[in-house]
Design a binder for this molecule. Structure first.
Ligand SMILES: *Cc1c(COP(=O)(O)O)cnc(C)c1O
Length: 496
């Protein structure tokens, strides 16, 4: 017999003293709301000191330190060294800000802690209602399928898995991709997000199966080259299955021509997947929605809710035009998962629509936030982000030492400091230094990219806390640091 079986006192993780936990909980809540209310007053980022790195690398505790100590450690070692994405001047990569009420909603979801694999429970109904809202917002038909997932990466994977299984022309789930009569081929542009590459690799198609089509001067997929490549591939025995269009590329915010892509896919009998990670949400705005017309014609659409709905991480969504295709891709019958006609198991499995079985109550923060603010508020915030990015782009164009490096049609602005007399390499190095200093001085966090060999400071704006003056501050900092560094460069070149 296992020796502990003789124990008489049962243990639990529940507190012995609920009042003590309650008062700690109240303190945590106050601390966190204070932290959020004062975020603008703190530097956006600072390097993690060595002592803190050491404190965060010790061995696993065998004995209890207690929740008070754990919370004290959190406040000392964790809270002061954030990534910075909740700060009003974070515009790096494409990151969401989250929201104060969203943080509270996470607590509610974690408290209920349901497993939303399916089951006859409110949490599943909430997710289904949220999916229904997403379906109608994105203009997808009744009968469309969907799922809340961790983010656009997972949504792209699910969309492309369904694309592969539906359009391969044979039973891929049974036979595997090795049974393909010709290389199953997917098309996208050179500006496509890396999550699409990962998905194609994971689906066993191989990177050679992903045709990256060049873009035009606006960084949109070149339709003529796309059409020619598909035709040539067919002639050479490949089997084209899908085209990935992007609504809002990560580099420059370009929007592929979605209507023509939908037409082309129809004519060529190809699956049309759209990565609309942030761009799909433009559809909420009456003014900006027309930019992504054609979105509703996709066979599958991936988008995030932690970028342009500003929800706390993680929240993404996949929509599939025909729910049956989605189910056909993921259902695996199992005796222990058979739905019953009554009781807890009398419900469809959401797990039949994606990879995860156990699933968090991600839908609650979506559901409550949309109720709290209403869709129109989000539309206005998205419009505000685009207008602020345009303000920055205009300001850059009007500033002699600054140079816009790509068209900025949306919320992404790529630019550099250019004093005019430097070689290409020196200019790249200078701008790299400027970026690092802007970050290390705790001023702002833009990120970077490379456009036609030119290093660019890149502002990707999905931040509901930013004000116009924050962009003025960025421009001033870039000019000031640029001048300092360029001077230093000049001085060091002078003969001594
Ligand atoms: C952010 C982004 C992704 C990846 O989304 P995650 O939520 O980070 O998984 C994919 N495509 C585009 C265009 C993105 O901006």
């Amino acid at each position: 017999m296992y020796q502990n079986a003789a124990k008489t006192q049962d243990e639990t993780l529940d507190p012995q003293d609920w009042d003590a936990l309650r008062s700690l909980g109240h303190r945590m809540l106050d601390d966190m709301l204070d932290y959020l209310a004062t975020v603008r007053e703190r530097p956006i980022w600072r390097p993690v000191p060595d002592e803190v790195r050491t404190a965060l690398s010790g061995p696993v505790p065998r004995d209890p330190e207690g929740i008070d100590q754990a919370y004290a450690d959190f406040k000392e070692f964790v809270l002061p060294y954030p990534f910075g994405n909740i700060h009003p001047r974070h515009w790096g990569w494409v990151n969401g800000t989250g929201s104060p009420s969203g943080a509270l909603m996470e607590m509610l979801a974690a408290t209920m802690n349901p497993n939303v694999a399916g089951f006859d429970q409110s949490a599943r109904l909430v997710e289904e209602q949220v999916l229904d809202w997403m379906r109608s917002l994105m203009g997808f038909p009744e009968g469309a399928g969907g799922l809340l997932v961790s983010g656009a990466s997972m949504a792209n994977l699910i969309g492309l898995a369904v694309a592969r299984n539906t359009r391969a022309g044979f039973d891929v789930r049974q036979e595997g991709v090795a049974a393909a009569p010709g290389m199953l081929t997917v098309y996208c542009s050179t500006e496509t997000h890396t999550s699409v590459h990962k998905a194609v690799e994971l689906l066993g198609l191989g990177r050679a199966a992903l045709r990256e089509i060049p873009v035009d001067g606006q960084y949109r997929i070149d339709l003529d080259v796309l059409r020619e490549t598909i035709t040539a591939d067919r002639q050479q025995g490949r089997r084209p299955i899908a085209v990935v269009g992007t609504a809002g590329t990560v580099n420059t915010g370009a929007i592929d021509p979605l209507e023509p892509l939908a037409e082309l896919c129809k004519a060529e009998d190809l699956w049309f997947h759209i990565d609309g990670a942030f761009g799909a949400l433009l559809t909420l705005s009456a003014d900006l929605g027309p930019l992504v017309a054609g979105l509703e014609r996709a066979d599958s659409l991936a988008f995030d809710l932690h970028k342009w709905i500003y929800l706390p991480y993680e929240a993404g969504c996949i929509l599939i035009r025909d729910a049956r295709h989605q189910q056909d891709s993921f259902t695996v019958p199992a005796a222990y998962l058979t739905p019953l006609t009554r009781g807890v198991a009398a419900a469809p499995w959401l797990a039949d629509y994606g990879l995860q079985l156990s699933r968090q109550f991600r839908a609650l923060k979506v559901w409550m936030s949309l109720k709290e603010h209403g869709v129109d508020k989000y539309a206005r915030l998205i419009e505000q982000n685009v207008a602020q990015a345009q303000y920055l782009a205009d300001k850059i164009e009007a500033t002699p030492m600054l140079e816009l490096l790509a068209p900025a049609p949306l919320n992404i602005v790529c630019f550099r400091y250019n004093p005019g007399h430097l070689e290409a390499d020196a200019l790249n190095l200078l701008n790299r230094d400027i970026l690092v200093q802007v970050q290390e001085r705790g001023i702002a966090v833009p990120s970077s990219t490379e456009l036609q060999g030119r290093f660019a400071l890149r502002v990707a704006h999905t931040n509901h806390r930013s004000r116009r003056e924050d962009f003025d501050l960025l421009v001033d900092a870039v000019l000031k640091i640029g001048a300092e560094l360029a001077n230093r460069e000049n001085n060091s070149k002078e003969p001594t």
